[in-house]
Design a protein around this ligand. Structure first.
Ligand code: MG
Length: 500
């Protein structure tokens, strides 16, 4: 019975992977006119995967396995538990509602683009209103714990176990920690020379540096590739085929470099999943927040550390003699860690970043609790930006319309970015206890020590534990923003010569 279950899971996994291959191609090499056929092909594969997950036979097998669970190994029990969870979610939402959401999101995308171009939220209002209404129905269909709120059901889709009750204290604490840091840093007289990152950095040399770093990190190019895409991402079809993309900007060195490190961080997670459990949840990533913790750990905790640049800076100087020849390591290190409140989340530094997430999270919560009317949202956005970051957008395009998520119906997604930053700090603190002389190793270019620790402590578990069980196993306690606070103080205090 368990064998048949695994075979069926394998089929679902392969259908999804095939869909992901098509999507990767769409974002990288597909010619412009291929779009219509491609969405049809991807739609078909998604429908087939859904049918297989909803298949009554799969339900019977799960029930059967549940009954015989006593004789199962812990791993097998975890598989049954997680597949049951996935299947319940998939069958709870009526297929007409799923189709209506997909259709509306499809239409929303082009309207959102137009609204953003014309800097007018009003244009987006009718479709946004409809999408929110549909997502409220989806939340009711999915259900949520007693005493909870509908928004919980949406949060739980991206971060299993998340709820407003659990997130509010964590996000509120992160907001307060960050606002204090931003104010202290803003008052400092020390300013990084960020302009040195805007010199000419030729694409060829950028690619060489990027490839050098991701290989040092242990990203296996025999099981992966690096390509160019407008919106960089990573994707996996199997632990032996995990691909990343990046985008080169000649006059902004951080984009491709830290982009590569970020995406390779995601990719190492996927390459590090236990392939012997392929097709089952044991070979799947745990949550978006945990995924993001991998990319942010590599990008910020490692990639923007002094030790890392002690190792990499001589190479960077050789590749960009004109731009960096006369720049000291200290000036370069300060520049890549420059903090300045800005309007756009995707361009934000690691200190101000979380505040962008907080703004959208608080607004989403107000939408789904009925506290905020849709017409009031841009004003609410601008007020929160002013309160937390001290700046206000000039228009809706650099304000509420900046991110694509709502147009895709992805409400509840945002907190995972913030959780990723918090987990990254927590893992790093545990890693420092577990790996002797971590900074010394990094300064010598021994990044494999980090990969190994992440492989053994996080990647190998797949979805075996809940996020909070994983946090306790790895770090001895549940998610706690104090690690992030401590990290900010230890890193940015000395850089800006401030304390708070
Ligand atoms: Mg990411």
């Amino acid at each position: 019975m368990y064998k048949e279950l695994v075979q069926r899971l394998r089929d679902i996994y392969d259908l999804r992977s095939a869909q992901a291959v098509l999507e990767w191609d769409m974002e990288t090499y597909m010619p412009p006119k291929g779009g219509d056929a491609r969405s049809r092909q991807m739609g078909l594969l998604a429908a087939l995967a859904h049918e297989k997950l909803a298949d009554p036979r799969l339900g019977e097998l799960l029930e059967g396995c549940k009954e015989h669970e006593a004789g199962f190994a812990e791993e097998q029990r975890a598989v049954v538990r997680e597949v049951k969870r996935d299947r319940e979610k998939a069958v709870k939402v009526p297929s007409e509602l799923v189709r209506e959401i997909t259709d509306t999101a499809g239409k929303s995308l082009s309207v959102w683009k137009e609204a953003r171009e014309r800097k007018s939220f009003k244009i987006f209002v009718p479709l946004l209103t409809k999408l929110i209404d549909l997502k409220k129905r989806e939340a009711e269909a999915l259900g949520y714990a007693a005493g909870g709120v509908p928004y919980d059901a949406l949060l739980d889709r991206y971060e299993p176990g998340a709820s407003v009750a659990k997130l509010n204290p964590i996000i509120g604490q992160t907001r307060d920690i960050t606002v204090a840091a931003v104010r202290a840093i803003g008052a400092s007289k020390k300013k990084p020379k960020i302009a040195l990152l805007e010199r000419v950095y030729l694409e060829d040399a950028q690619e060489k540096l990027g490839r050098f770093v991701i290989e040092k990190m242990g990203y296996d190019l025999q099981s992966g590739r690096l390509d160019v895409a407008v919106h960089p991402f990573s994707t996996s079809f199997d632990p032996n085929d995990v691909r990343i993309t990046t985008r080169y900007e000649q006059r902004w060195l951080p984009a491709a470099l830290f982009g590569c490190v970020h995406e390779a961080g995601h990719a190492l997670y996927e390459q590090g999943l236990p392939i012997e459990h392929g097709g089952t949840p044991l070979c799947e990533s745990l949550s978006l927040g945990i995924h993001e913790s991998q990319s942010r750990l590599w990008e910020n905790q490692i990639g923007r550390s002094k030790a890392f640049w002690r190792f990499l800076y001589p190479k960077a100087k050789r590749l960009f003699p004109k731009a960096l020849g006369k720049v000291s390591l200290d000036d370069f290190y300060f520049a890549v860690n420059g903090v300045r409140p800005s309007m756009i989340r995707v361009e934000a530094d690691e200190v101000t970043y979380n505040l962008h997430v907080v703004v959208r999270y608080e607004i989403e919560q107000a939408i789904f609790s009925g506290e905020a009317a849709i017409d009031d949202l841009p004003g609410l956005w601008n007020r929160k930006m002013k309160d937390y970051l001290g700046i206000a957008p000039k228009n809706d395009a650099e304000g509420i319309l900046q991110d694509i998520h709502w147009a895709m119906g992805s409400f509840g997604y945002f907190p995972t970015y913030l959780l990723g930053n918090l987990y990254a700090a927590q893992w790093m603190s545990a890693m420092r206890r577990g790996v002797r002389d971590l900074d010394g190793r990094v300064a010598k270019g021994d990044l494999l020590a980090i990969k190994k620790w992440l492989n053994e402590n996080i990647h190998c578990h797949g979805r075996r534990y809940s996020t909070s069980e994983l946090a306790r196993r790895v770090s001895g306690e549940d998610l706690n923003p104090k690690f992030f606070e401590q990290y900010l103080k230890e890193k940015f205090g000395p850089l800006y010569e401030v304390s708070w």
